[in-house]
Design a protein. Sequence first.
Lengths: 481, 261, 314
Amino acid sequence: MTTLSKEAIIEGLKKIVPGDRIVSEGQALKESSVDRFRKYESICGVWTQPIPAAIVYANSTEEIAKILTFANENKINVVPRNGASATEGGLETVVENSIVLDGSNMKKIIKIDPVNMQATCECGVSLQELDDQCRAMGLTTGHSPQSKPLAQMGGLVATRSTGQFSTLYGGIEDMVIGLEAVFPGGQITRIKNIPRRAAGPDIRHVVIGNEGTLCYITEVTVKLFPYYPDNNEFMGYVLDSMKLGFEILREVMVAGYKPSIARLYDPEDGAYHFSHFANNRCVLIFMSEGPKPIAEATATAIKEIVAKHPECEAVDPMYIQRWFEHLNWDPAKVAEEREEIAQTQNIGHTTEVSIVWSEIAGLYEAVMKRVRAEVPDLTMLGGHSSHSYMNGTNIYFMYYYNLVDIKPEEEISKYHMPIKSIIVEETIKRGGSMCHHHGVGKHRSHWIKEEYGSSYYILETLKQSFDPNGIMNKGSIFPVK
Amino acid sequence: MNVLVCFKAVPDLDSLHEQDWRSGDGSRPETRFVKTIINPLDESALELALKLRDNNGDIGLTAMTIGDEKADAILKTLLALRFDEVKRLSVSSAPLFNPEAVAAVVAEQAGGNYDLIIMGGQSADGANGATPLLVAEKLGWPCLTEVSALELNGGLITVESQCDDGCLRLEAKPPLVLAIGNAPSTYLRVPTLKDRMSLGKRPVEILALNDVSESGSKLTPLTLTVDDHSRSAEIIDGGAAEKAAVIWRDHVQPWLGKRRR
Amino acid sequence: MKFSVLLNGCSESFERRAAELRGFIRDHVGHEFVADKTIVLCPDFKKRDYFEANSVTPKLALVSLGGYQPEKALAALKDVCRDEEIMLLPGDFFGAEISVRLGARLGGAGFTGVTQMRLEDGKPVCDKKVYAQKMTASFKIEQLPLCLSIAKGIAEEADRVNEPLRETVEIDKTSEAGGEHIVSCGLTPQPDEAGLEQSDFLMVGGKGLGGPEGVERLKRLAEKAGADWGVSRPVAMSGWAPMERMIGVSGIMAKPEMCLCFGASGAAALYAGIARGRKIIAVNRDGKAPIIHQSDAAAIDDCLAVLDELAKLA
């Protein structure tokens, strides 16, 4: 990588942006060497990753182009960042003297267009703010990840985010109409906003989900939908078997209904959210929304489908509605979690995968069995399905463990990675995907070739073509050789 | 040394939806839709008791609550955390505003079996702030209040207590009732799945209790109303810099000008 | 109906607690109630003049104990207060523990955290905050004597009315039994060094500060702006700031002229600590947080971003 010293890098950056937007010392720099994957190390103040040379706050696409050009010419690793709610190591700076390129100053909502039902904004716009503004106009982005209060639009697109209403609205890849991205050579590229086209491959997908390894997303345009909160209908059921739960999710999906939420929690995961009514049983949740006749018809049909299974016991829908209102992670919740970890020495992480219907129950069982048998000091192991499709669903495994006799940096090697490995191995073995919506980051890249199989050729060629010097977020998606 | 820790399972009031404060049956807020948690000061009491045993092996720990089956999940957790005994005195709903009755039950259960009774100084919901004090009165034991830390030193209990003039450090002889106040860093620890599967499967002792909600009460609740602290809430728009400018120029600066020092 | 006042003359804060009780009687007690005497627990009778000067009522009883010890105090008070109907205690550590136990010991009712007292159908009715400070409950007191402690920090401090002291009685209870369980006792004084109770300009930070570093930024802004600073209970309990900086019902009850709240949702326990503030300005990311509608002006934004911008202006 670069032969430039930290001082020389900062000198170079100062020729592009004013010094007050370059952070080159202090706690912020250390914290920018990691994301929430290494939350335990960061709570303990132990920094195992190379500390970046600088954080640069860019104010415009042109500045980003200049910074990338400078980095490319000098082979400096750049970690693009927006919102910083990543959980899979995507923001870790794995090589010395990296630049963390932060776009959170670029927070202009350029246009909310109710005629063409699309909203255009800069990369640093917070989704919460965009969606709040849309809702005030009777519109919504339809995107609602748990990180909504933290996440920013550029980051959401870069990581192929999905949201709690994805079963109706789709993932971010279904929402992005057009965008602007800057490539390492400084090329500013704009993909125009059109309803559809058949003019070659859909190049949006080169950018969406690139995790900062190919380009820097500076602007996005997303679809808008009418917002009908009054028509929302929640449904909740308790039942004893995950297998049956998966079958009901499938029945609803293949019958052609589109609830906005279709979720299934196992007893352990459910106990974290629903201890006041679930009584250690599985919980099945649906929400229907949209124009009134559609919302009503969807709700009626779902109730009819579930009613065919007398094992499911309906609960007061208000339980579900109230739970849903408290689901998102805001900064206060993140701070509270850090404090609980520090005090109790108990920490939790997640791994989310997807697979076709015929394999889901087997995968769930296999993972539960192996993790319980192979990993010590577990305090909780559970999972839920939160995003369903015509051909399959996802499963989001949750695991907590007590940290016993370890140095801070051993949390990952003793507990987290062994668990993640089991989940990834069991998923890939069954033909599923090891990453449903958190992205690959830096800790699932070891399995990227298994994930892609022969199609890895396409992925690898993208990297070689667009980032020949390998300066874009080294270690993410593509393992460090 | 035998220690009895009393706790109350309460609704997580911080998560209670604004509407549910007003949508109850008129005499109470609607708390069905939030999770049940350990009353925060009682959680500190439980963790302080566990810490006491971490540092002094030979301590028998009993946890006790009065209430309905909502507390059972907590009791199982406490079993998994190696409480020797856990019991629930079963009533359809714990008396909310009758600390006399609660204290009478605790004192009767405690009998001559314990050297130390520990509990939070008050509950989040009833907020009587009286139960540990009344237990002490009924047993004729001394009571130390606003306790924030405790240790055991050769049969003597050392406690820190936040009193009006500062932090009291007291060395005292049991038997004692300790009312726990703000004790920093006392989140309850988490048991492993293995301990849940083995220790946590031990039985929770459940004893039926007659309805005590009215017994011995010296007061009658009349009304319960939600306080309204609404103010004009003028919303300041703009970016962070503009908002700061409005706060400073329109509100703080004019006031600073006429501030009396 | 008659009532007496019971104060702890062994405490440093005696004078202020006496002033608060005067304010409580003036503003929060129905006129059907008549003040009778002030009972003061004191180390000895040496400071008789001081206690007389601060008596809440024209009649004063000084009870010497040697020093404050709750068991000993209760043993003494059981005798001293045997004919009392209603006793008012301050809203502090002393008041909370003695009101309940003395009520029980006298065979009557003990009651804490009272915000109002009035007479209905010949019986005292007391209001207090319940349900995490969010609600007010009224209770009819069925059995006298009633020993009540007032809610912390709700009463204005009031000066003495210029009424001559009519009588002072000295009662020596230094030889009373009690407190034998205490082997040793030491006090680390923690006076309200920060002076937050008296602060006219207060900045309060909640969990939205994100950690000790955010608290540090709040502190720097406060210093620059000439304000005092405090934190919510979760922040203090997390160890991000010292406990004596805690604002709210279990900490400091402030009444600032100008109060800026950063990243605090406005949980009732915290809000109680600033509710008497003249102007409350809130900065919070969540527009639905109660602090927003309980403020005079509010900015819905990342509290640290606004805080840093304010630091440039201050």
